[in-house]
Design a protein around this ligand. Structure first.
Ligand code: ZN
Length: 228
């Protein structure tokens, strides 16, 4: 689905579930945010070709975090485009992506996907690609989870910090979130951004009253502290 000129939310099917890597491009290059499950490389390539972006154009891969459905096709991407591609992720998730430590949630899997991370990203960093990409460190789902704010289109690529259902944000997916409190604090960072669209990896696009929805997920009902 086209979000705006040069911003495309991909839709990849995995056994009946749809996941949403984001593809950005301009005259010079293309950037892929997250890479799908293992075994989805051909689907990914096809989805990119459908919108007119060949793999040759891909110059950067940004990984929002270490989970297997986000790093799955990284090994194949590196095999095909190794020398001209830069892989970005947060420092705290890097050793898992590189296979130096077992994946936190998928450590039992035989031969998990792994690949080099060339550069680590920090909160507030700006990548000068495709109109500007702002990095937001949003720990909680994993410690090294990042979200990306696409300046030109005021689009937030939220990774797994939130999920959505039928165009509405569903908040934090607690069963897969390692630290829910931290995840809630991370969402507050989104309130500082001028958001028109949000892409959740699971659930896809949300538009309209974004801040209002996010504010609800940030408010913590803590009866214990109410009583104090
Ligand atoms: Zn995840």
């Amino acid at each position: 689905m086209e979000i705006s000129n040069g911003v495309y939310m991909l839709e990849l099917d995995y056994h009946g579930n749809t996941i949403h890597p984001t593809l950005l491009w301009d005259q010079e290059m293309a950037v892929l945010i997250d890479t799908g499950f293992p075994g989805q490389f051909e689907d990914l390539k096809l989805a990119m070709e459908k919108v007119g972006v060949s793999l040759d154009k891909l110059k950067a891969v940004i990984l929002t975090h270490q989970d297997i459905d986000h790093i799955g096709s990284l090994p194949e991407i590196l095999l095909e485009c190794s020398s001209r591609i830069q892989v970005y992720a947060h420092e705290l998730d890097r050793p898992y992506i590189q296979g130096e430590r077992p994946l936190i949630k998928d450590g039992h899997i035989q031969n998990p996907p792994k690949g080099r991370v060339d550069r680590t990203l920090i909160d507030g960093q700006e990548l000068p690609y495709c109109g500007g990409i702002q990095v937001i460190h949003t720990p909680g789902h994993t410690a090294g989870h990042i979200s990306l704010f696409l300046r030109k289109s005021s689009t937030l690529v939220a990774g797994d910090s939130m999920y959505s259902v039928n165009g509405l944000l569903g908040g934090i997916h607690e069963p897969t979130t390692l630290n829910v409190e931290e995840a809630r604090l991370s969402l507050k960072k989104y309130l500082e951004l001028n958001l028109e669209s949000v892409i959740c990896y699971h659930g896809g696009l949300s538009r309209g009253s974004i801040h209002e929805q996010i504010r609800n997920f940030c408010s913590i009902k803590n009866e214990a502290s109410d009583r104090l």
